[in-house]
Design a protein around this ligand. Sequence first.
Ligand code: AMP
Ligand code: ZN
Length: 469
Amino acid sequence: MKIYNTLSKKKEDFVPIEEGKVRMYVCGPTVYNLIHIGNARPMIVFDTVRRYMEYKGYDVNYVSNFTDVDDKIIKKAMEEGVDASVISKRYIEECKKDMAAMNVKPATTHPLATNEIGGMLDMIETLMEKGYAYKAEDGTVYFRTRNFKEYGKLSHKNLDDLQGGNRSLLVSGAEQKEDALDFVLWKPKKEGEPYWESPWCDGRPGWHIECSVMSKKYLGDEIDIHAGGEDLVFPHHENEIAQSEAANGKIFSKYWMHNAFLNIDNRKMSKSAGNFFTVRDISEKYDLQILRFFMLSAHYRSPLNFSAELMEAAKNGYERIVTSVGNLNYLLENAPSGELKDGERELLEEAGAFTDRFDEAMDDDFNTADAIAAIFELVKFANTHAGQESSKAFLQALKEEIKELSDICGLIVEKKEELLDADIEALIEERQAARKEKNFARADEIRKELLDKGIILEDTREGVKWKRA
Ligand code: AMP
Ligand code: ZN
């Protein structure tokens, strides 16, 4: 498996630190609003990386944070006259709903910055002790960037270039810094803002320190993959490397992966220019599986343009796979025998080549565009060779192959018949009646029927409750 590493600017063989295990950290969103479709790109892309690694047998520990203290959150809280935590909690919940609808698996851990302040104080303290940090007069603590000799190694920037004419590259900050490149680790509180006590001043952390600390706590000092959108390379990830490697004295992450940006109609997404969509906006028009398909139809390191035409193309592509699985299910209902028939074994061997092609594409730095092309070829093969004469075993094997490859992409391609609420309640009533008559066989049968359709029953003191799995 090869991964393009932003550090070396090369595709490198993936060799995990610990055999069979992957420790992966993906910078998550700042939660002050519904997530937009740009935020959805890293979520979908790195969820697919995780799924592929799991398919390859790795045990993946996947950590992705929510930044729940930040200027934008505080501003919104002030506008609404509520606590910042009300805003962050609300949008974390909404973000999780969008993730579920896009079939993005929950992370192994989703830490919140505000729960990890203690770890941040410890790391800043260590940096102070090692001479990598200093306190300014007003209590702000800065990272002494020039002391970290490898600063710039990820973004391939030279310290003197940063210091020199190009102001846009300077990390912003106040006059009181020793050096223009120094960045904030801890800053004093402002009136009405959330704050925590610290040895330097009552205040709150700078943004970069949270990821260094959460990554260390949940994954250890050295991790395999650190990922995020390409806008994070500088300064966020560069600063994370400086903090972590200075504090821990170890290489922070072996591989650094960055997705390119999502644009709309070939322009940068911008709220004021009116070309901006939340994931929720898109869900009103499309099944979010189509958004997922769209995101994976390009390589993650290529810029991707969102447009109505491309979404329509994604819809057609996705439906081609769903239709093929639907047809296989239809044939399966009436298929004659269970055993493979003459010639079917050879056909299945041929079909296996599409999985090899899929794996090859994914092994080449997660080329999902080519991987999806392999699924299409498999679908075409299935459409050509599956028929009314096919055996159950043959149809089932083809269906499983399509489903497995789609599942690695996080695409749900088998549509289960959806039960309406009224149907569910009617069945629950029937089950209650059966129980009253001590017809437990029928009652169990109904429970199982519902379970098969993804409905879970719970017998409580207040009666029967149900939920969708
Ligand atoms: P933020 O909440 O701005 O910190 O962003 C969360 C994640 O979304 C980061 O990994 C960003 O790099 C990524 N991101 C934000 N906007 C876009 C975009 N237009 N295209 C791709 N990724 C983006
Ligand atoms: Zn981060």
